[in-house]
Design a protein around this ligand. Sequence first.
Ligand code: NDP
Length: 449
Amino acid sequence: MLTNEYLKRVYAEVEKRDGHEPEFLQAVREVFESLELVVDQHPEWEKAGLIERFVEPERVIEFRVPWVDDNGDVHVNRGYRVQYNSAIGPYKGGLRFHPSVNLSVIKFLGFEQVLKNSLTTLPMGGGKGGSDFDPKGKSDMEVMRFCQSFMTELYRHIGQFTDTPAGDIGVGGREVAYMYGQYKKIVDRFEGGVITGKGLTFGGSLARTQATGYGLCYYAAEALKHLKNDSFEGKVVVVSGSGNVAQYAAEKTTQLGGKVVAMSDSQGYVYDPNGIDLKKLFDIKQKRRARISVYADEVPGATYTEGCRNIWNVKCDIALPCASQNEMDADGAKALVEHGCIGVFEGANMPLTPEAIAVVQGAGLLYSPGKASNAGGVATSGLEMTQNSMRLSWSFEEVDEKLQGIMKNIFKACYDASVQCGRPGDLMVGANIAGFLKVAEAMMAQGIV
Ligand code: NDP
């Protein structure tokens, strides 16, 4: 419940204008509820229309993406780029290719990205983009033609000093490479820093592929250590999803001594009491691009259950939701609490519904929002851009060490902010406030723009 009059007024305006964008409203509301704890101390913000400006994207770009399939049939998808906030650096944020993409989804992701990028301490503003194109079931050539068409419009809006996209759901190394190839052809420059998540032979960074999942575990390990005097050692862990973030969260969990017993995709989940065989998982997902159900077909003792939402019924000590927004509702959260789970750390963006967050926090579990715990991906994208500018490549160990340092600092920033606003250990308000204060200071300094 919002009580501050200024925030109430701005939220009512957002609701009036964007009431048809549920994911966007959900993200704004969560952040506003945290900002209530600081907004009273800053009457100058209202005078400067700061919150009204903060909540409105600087620019929204929507475009046609026509492409031709292998049979010669023409398809038209819709492309988006939301350039949300450039107060602290060039817009930065991934591209998502998934049938569920619409303006509400891209705006919520862009809004979250502003705070996430601020938390990394790197000079990156926030943006997000994508398309309702579904790469699943498409041939390589179809994906290539789509990516080329998408970039043929997007190229005019991006650049290493303006806006630098990266991957997200449905956009991995293959798609980033096709888009970069088309960008380079159009502008006739090898401008590596224009997009991150590139292949290692053309400016990509070692450890970028692993960074979001690894970073999530580094953050969770910090929280477990400082707030529960505990660790991953001997813990049973459930990881939802089986894409980029989930795969490397599972790998790092295993390296830190935890046992991942369940993983999912959008159709269902697998349970393996012996611990997920990562070599098998990587083969199924990275090489064969097959469904997670294949895991249960090929691994003795593993079972497959239709329907991904029920994965939270699997008993675990730690839950790492790494699939998509609103994938865990109140029932899922209640199941975790009943089974004695001690912490929920978001790898995906906004995977818990507001009701699920209330259940988890109400029961005293550790909880971290994605904007803090999944920031390792974009932070390492920032490191990729640094290497591109310096024209050199760091080793895997160097990047991984920097990533660990960044995730420790993000945890500390969130925790310190939670203490300062009188809610020690509430990493959600800590993340929202710490991320916002830096952006607010820059916006106030730069005048009404
Ligand atoms: P991928 O495309 O690699 O994997 C996504 C996974 O989530 C797949 O297993 C997919 O299953 C599943 N999934 C997608 N939509 C749904 C849904 N509606 N319900 C249940 N499962 C679903 O994406 P990423 O791993 O890159 O991204 C996962 C999450 O992490 C997203 O929220 C993304 O925004 C966030 N994130 C990603 C970063 C990155 O560096 N990649 C950085 C920070 C955040 P299926 O194959 O069946 O579709």
